[in-house]
Ligand binder design. Structure first.
Ligand SMILES: [Zn+2]
Length: 427
């Protein structure tokens, strides 16, 4: 009779047990997992120094970890929760003051965006309010929104500047985003729930009013002064490529300079009209092109061939009452599709990624599996973080959402309430 081979103990600092359903969204096959999202029932996972080192059946965790008498091992009881990767919200404008509820209701009453602008409303209202607010207020407002996101299952948030639009205020907003990042990296509670923050510089959001007659001067300021001095404060540089904002040529100039300085690139592309933004994203090798409501099939194929992630933002269609872009069309063309909130006070005031999944399923022809993939691993791809986060796999960071559900397929079905019980990020 052959002796049982002795399995060498795996070093772990924490083991999460009693997971009813582990929805891994793994990109590589996991033993015992099934379906498009690689789901394991009655599972456990182990973590060492913040990285997942083992995934398997709960009943195998006991002998593997507890009998090896490892010192300082933390056991987390998931109490039968469904567990998914934390959401990766790859497009938000969280740092702002004021709100635009009046504008929202006027638009519903039939007042056009051009009329609103003529009345001095729209994005410039937010620029004015943000410039007037002090840094403490802006930080507190952004942190409250960030914690709402976390409470709805998000563990990574990209945050753009773009309501400062001059040296002092853009720099202040980027510092606030970086301060938020530092605050979130410090854990205070016994259940660690940090949110990872990714800063983006978006000076080319709209032309600031004081530059109305001096457009070229604003571009010079962004390209020659702001981009070089903000290296290290932002990972990404983003532009709003649209008739109401900046032309393809202007965006190309900004993004080329940004790329040379080491920023990664994003573009608000083809949202309100066929602006040429998607083509530019493909040409420059941007990490993502976002919105894409008016992108042609040729534009989309160019994005696909250049490996640019297509980020869809259904909250804008909801708020603007405009037709939803068809995610099905993008998926059929073979694009990598991400979903994000675009949380901002004008066109999508929503912190909740569960809502985006619901809208994507109801209005954009996505299956739950496609929408969950778009909200996790594909969001990570839209931030070039797919090696670190976005799925539950060996070697990745342990950044999870715990759900009060019997089955993950209740997501989108049981709607309008928060189904996430907590997030969990183990370091
Ligand atoms: Zn946006």
């Amino acid at each position: 009779m052959q002796a049982e081979p002795v399995q060498p103990p795996i070093r772990a600092s924490a083991v999460i047990r009693n997971i009813k359903q582990l929805v891994t969204v793994a990109q590589q096959p996991i033993e015992g997992a099934s379906g498009a999202l690689q789901v394991l029932n009655n599972a456990a996972l182990a973590v060492y120094h913040g990285r997942i080192v083992w995934i398997g059946p709960d009943n195998e965790a006991e002998p593997l970890f507890l009998s090896t008498r490892q010192d300082g091992i933390t056991i987390v009881d998931a109490q039968g929760a469904v567990v998914t990767p934390g959401f990766v919200d790859s497009h938000t404008h969280l740092v702002f003051a004021g709100q635009r509820a009046e504008e929202f209701h006027l638009r519903r009453a039939g007042v056009s965006y051009a009329e609103l602008l003529a009345q001095g409303k729209g994005i410039l209202t937010t620029v004015e309010a943000t410039r007037k607010a002090d840094a403490e207020t802006l930080l507190a407002l952004a942190q409250r929104r960030l914690h709402l996101m976390r409470d709805h299952g998000t563990t990574t948030v990209e945050i753009k500047s773009g309501y400062g639009l001059d040296r002092i205020n853009e720099e202040a907003c980027l510092h606030i985003i970086n301060n938020l990042k530092a605050l979130e990296e410090r854990t205070s509670s016994s259940v660690p729930q940090q949110v990872r923050v990714v800063p983006t510089f978006l000076a080319a959001h709209v032309l600031p009013p004081e530059y109305r007659e001096r457009r070229a001067d604003y571009l010079d300021l962004v390209v020659e002064e702001l981009l070089p001095s903000f290296v290290g404060l932002a990972h990404f540089c983003d532009v709003f490529c649209e008739a109401e904002a900046f032309t393809v040529e202007e965006c190309r100039r900004i993004l080329r300079r940004a790329r040379d300085l080491g920023y990664r690139l994003k573009i608000h592309a083809d949202q309100l009209s066929p602006s040429g933004g998607a083509r530019l994203a493909a040409e420059l090798g941007a990490t993502s092109a976002d919105h894409l409501d008016h992108a042609s099939d040729e534009d989309l194929k160019a994005l696909r061939d250049a490996g640019v992630v297509a980020t869809l933002l259904p909250g804008c269609s909801y708020t603007l009452r405009s037709p939803y872009p068809s995610a099905r069309r993008l998926l059929d063309l073979g694009l990598t599709v991400a979903l994000a909130t675009d949380c901002n006070p004008g066109t999508s005031y929503c912190e909740n990624m569960q809502m985006m999944i619901g809208l994507a399923m109801a209005e954009m022809d996505m299956s739950l599996e496609e929408a969950l993939t778009a909200a996790t691993i594909n969001g990570a791809k839209a931030l070039a973080l797919e090696e670190e986060i976005g799925s539950i796999e060996i070697g990745k960071r342990c950044e999870l959402a715990l759900w009060q559900l019997e089955d993950y397929r209740e997501i989108g079905y049981h709607f309008g309430v928060n189904l996430v019980q907590s997030t969990l990020t183990l370091l």
